[in-house]
Design a protein around this ligand. Structure first.
Ligand SMILES: *Cc1c(COP(=O)(O)O)cnc(C)c1O
Length: 408
C-alpha cells in the first residue's frame, strides 16, 4: 500500500483511507452502563455518604502508587486545588512548560499567581530541566511539569532541583493516566499531581478531575477545599478553611471505576499500536515524532504527537494537512499554542507592564506550536489494519500535495 500510487485524497473526492470504524471514545462498555444505572437506583448521587467516588479515589491512588486520591470537578480545578493547598497566590511565580494545554497556566493565574512559561526539551517536548533552572528567581514558589502527550517529564531531575531550591512540585498528569518512568508512576514522584477526566482524556466521565497526594497534611487540606472547607461527615457547618465546591458526583465515580479496571489492558494495547504506527510514520519521512526517553517504562500515549517538517507534504500548510487527514477519517488536530502566545496570557502580561524581553525564549515550544499535529489515542485501540490505513492517509496526502494545494 505504501509503495504503489495511492488513491485520490478524500479531500478531493476519493475514498477515505480509513474504511472501518475508529474505536469510539468515550468507550462503549456495558459495565459502565450497569454501574451508572446502579448509582441511579441507589438514590445516593452525592459523593458525601456514597461509596462510588470514595472507592474510585482509593483505587486510582493505589494504581499509581500514591497515598491519597481526592476526586474533583475537573483537571483545571485539580491544578487550582493543588496550588491553593500549597498556599501559592499573589506575588508568587510558578514555572510551567511553554507547550501545554492552557489550563496549566490559567490555574496559576486563577489563584492570583504568575505563570512563567519555560521552554520544553527538543526531544521529549517535556519541561526542559536546564531552562527551568535558569528561570528560577526570587519569587518562584512552584514548578508544574506536564507529562506531555503521556510521556512523564524528567521528575528525578526536577524534584532534585526543586528540593535544592525550596520549591514545590505539582505534576500536571492530565495526559498520563497509568504512565510510568524509572519505575515510578505518574502522580507518585511529587507531593501533588493533577489528573483530568475530561472527554478526550485517557479515562473520562465527560468531565472530572483528581488530585493525587503523597503528603497527609496536604491531602487533608485539599479535601477540605473541595468541600467548601468542611470536613467529611460535618453536620454543623464547620467551614475550617476557604474552599469551594469541587465535588465529583457518584455517577462519575462509578463510570471511572469501570475504566480504571480497564486501564492496564488499554495502556498495553495503545503502547503496542503506538509502536507500529510510529514505525509506519517514521518510514514516510518528513515527520518528527516525539522522542521517548530510555527510562520510560510506559508512555500513556494520550497523543501521538509530531512536528511536520516545513518541506514535507509539498510544503502544504499545517491546517490543510489536518483537514486532509480528517477527510481520510483520521482524528488529527493541531497542537496547542505556546503559553506566551495565548491572547489572555499576553494581554495580562502587558497589563501588568511585563517586558516580553524578560521572558525566557521558548523556540522549541514555538516551533512545535507552529508545526505540530497530534492524533487521538482512540486510533491506538483498533486493529493492525487501522494502523496501516492511518499510514496510507498520510501517504496519500504526501503524494497528492500539489493537487490538494490547488483546492485550498
Ligand atoms: C485537559 C488538561 C487539563 C485540564 O483538564 P480539564 O479537566 O479539561 O479541566 C490540564 N492540563 C493539561 C495538560 C490538559 O491536557
Amino acid at each position: 500500500m505504501l509503495d504503489g500510487r495511492p488513491h485520490t485524497p478524500a479531500l478531493l473526492g476519493g475514498p477515505p483511507a480509513v474504511t472501518g470504524e475508529v474505536p469510539p471514545w468515550p468507550p462503549i462498555d456495558p459495565d459502565q452502563d450497569g454501574a451508572l444505572l446502579a448509582v441511579a437506583r441507589t438514590q445516593q448521587w452525592w459523593s458525601k455518604g456514597g461509596r462510588a467516588v470514595m472507592s474510585f479515589e482509593r483505587g486510582f491512588a493505589a494504581a499509581h502508587g500514591a497515598r491519597h486520591g481526592i476526586a474533583c470537578t475537573n483537571g483545571t480545578h485539580a491544578l487550582e486545588l493543588a496550588l491553593r493547598a500549597l498556599g501559592v497566590g499573589p506575588g508568587d511565580e510558578v514555572i510551567v512548560p511553554a507547550m501545554t494545554f492552557v489550563a496549566t497556566s490559567m490555574a496559576v493565574m486563577l489563584v492570583g499567581a504568575r505563570p512563567v512559561p519555560v521552554d520544553v526539551a527538543p526531544d521529549t517536548w517535556c519541561l526542559d530541566v536546564a531552562a527551568c533552572r535558569r528561570a528560577i528567581g526570587p519569587h518562584t514558589r512552584a514548578i508544574v511539569p506536564v507529562h506531555f502527550a503521556g510521556h512523564i517529564a524528567d521528575m528525578a531531575a526536577l524534584t532534585a532541583m526543586a528540593e535544592a531550591a525550596g520549591l514545590h512540585v505539582i505534576e500536571d498528569a492530565a495526559h498520563a493516566h497509568g504512565a510510568r518512568r524509572g519505575g515510578i508512576s505518574a502522580g507518585a514522584a511529587a507531593p501533588l499531581a493533577a489528573f483530568s477526566f475530561q472527554n478526550f482524556k485517557l479515562m473520562t466521565a465527560g468531565e472530572g478531575g483528581l488530585l493525587l497526594a503523597n503528603d497527609d497534611a496536604l491531602a487533608e487540606r485539599a479535601r477540605l477545599i473541595t468541600n467548601c472547607g468542611r470536613p467529611d461527615g460535618d453536620r454543623r457547618y464547620a467551614h475550617l478553611v476557604l474552599g469551594s465546591n469541587m465535588r465529583m458526583t457518584e455517577f462519575q465515580g462509578a463510570v471511572l471505576a469501570v475504566q480504571l479496571a480497564r486501564l492496564d489492558a488499554r495502556a498495553e494495547l495503545r503502547a503496542r499500536r503506538a509502536r507500529q504506527l510510529r514505525d509506519v510514520l517514521a518510514r514516510l519521512g518528513g515527520l518528527r515524532l516525539q522522542a521517548v526517553a530510555a527510562d520510560v517504562d510506559r508512555h500513556a500515549w494520550y497523543m501521538v504527537v509530531m512536528e511536520i517538517e516545513p518541506q514535507a507534504f509539498g510544503g502544504l500548510p499545517r491546517q490543510s494537512i489536518v483537514d486532509a487527514l480528517n477527510a481520510e477519517g483520521v482524528p488529527a488536530y493541531r497542537i496547542y499554542p505556546a503559553v506566551q502566545d495565548v491572547p489572555h496570557f499576553a494581554a495580562d502580561f502587558a497589563r501588568r507592564g511585563g517586558d516580553p524581553a524578560a521572558l525566557a525564549p521558548t523556540p522549541v515550544a514555538r516551533r512545535l506550536a507552529e508545526r505540530g499535529i497530534w492524533l487521538h489515542h482512540r486510533i491506538l485501540l483498533g486493529g493492525d489494519a487501522l494502523i496501516d490505513q492511518v499510514g496510507e492517509a498520510f501517504h496519500k496526502i504526501a503524494v497528492h500535495a500539489d493537487a490538494i494545494r490547488t483546492r485550498i
